[in-house]
Design a binder for this molecule. Structure first.
Ligand SMILES: C[S@@+](CC[C@H](N)C(=O)[O-])C[C@H]1O[C@@H](n2cnc3c(N)ncnc32)[C@H](O)[C@@H]1O
Length: 229
């Protein structure tokens, strides 16, 4: 793969959106999803920490979380990362788009690609090492999330923008987020769309609008309280 040159983030024509920031995808991933969920503080005392993401895409958020987890936790702690993806990229595409951060991620990118399930629908549980497990769910999130059983500690909401990809922000997704959360479960997302905010609040999340990454004016972070509006 060393002959493949970085070509910027992939863009979805169907959803008219980029997979991550063209300015700096890695910095965006940290700013929105890791800092937005107060990581690493939030997993400091967890034996097992569960992150659930909507929209695996290139796996950039997963790799960022995996690296930070290993750098900031003790050997007895483990990370369970769950992610949904209806339109999986090919492993070779992921390698190409994440090429700029290959060194930064060390051998994690190669490990991910070695186990990456090529588009076969269903739940794929990938044990990357004794501390880190990825459950990649190749399906429409609306079909798969009602089947999920998990105790989620943090949500990464990373569909394409709600205006063009409403399925990723549906009532089904948000109702199931509430089902899978406990009091104190956090969420972060790049969007500040009013409809998403109202639906999250109605499902029992307290939501804060905060400054967004780069040129984005704002984004949302939140916490599950269980107090339905
Ligand atoms: C903004 S991109 C995610 C970027 C990703 N988190 C990353 O680190 O590269 C949104 C993702 O949502 C996926 N997606 C869109 N609609 C979906 C649906 N209904 N169910 C599951 N995944 C969907 C897209 O294929 C795309 O990979």
């Amino acid at each position: 793969m060393s002959d493949l040159r970085p070509i910027g983030p992939p863009k979805s024509r169907e959803f008219d959106d980029l997979y991550f920031s063209a300015d700096d995808g890695l910095a965006e991933s940290k700013f929105v999803f890791l800092d937005g969920n107060n990581l690493p503080e939030n997993w400091r005392n967890a034996e097992r920490f569960v992150i659930c993401e909507t929209g695996f895409g290139t796996g950039l958020n997963f790799l960022s979380a995996w690296k930070l987890f290993e750098e900031t936790t003790e050997p007895h702690q483990s990370l369970d990362f769950i992610s949904f993806e209806k339109y999986p990229l090919q492993g070779e595409e992921i390698g190409m788009y994440l090429q700029p951060w290959r060194e930064f991620f060390g051998d994690r990118l190669q490990q991910l690609l070695a186990h990456y399930p090529f588009g076969i629908p269903g739940f794929h549980r990938v044990v990357l090492n004794e501390r880190v497990t990825l459950t990649l769910i190749i399906d429409d999130v609306n079909v798969a999330i009602p089947k999920l059983i998990a105790d989620v500690d943090a949500w990464f909401l990373d569909g394409f923008k709600p205006a063009t990809n409403p399925d990723m922000w549906s009532d089904t997704v948000i109702e199931n987020m509430a089902r899978l959360s406990r009091k104190g479960t956090r969420l972060a997302t790049f969007t500040a769309a009013g409809k998403v905010r109202r639906n999250l609040i109605a499902a029992g999340f307290s939501i804060e609008k905060v400054t967004g990454f780069g040129r984005k004016r704002d984004m949302m972070i939140g916490c599950f309280t269980g107090d339905e509006a």
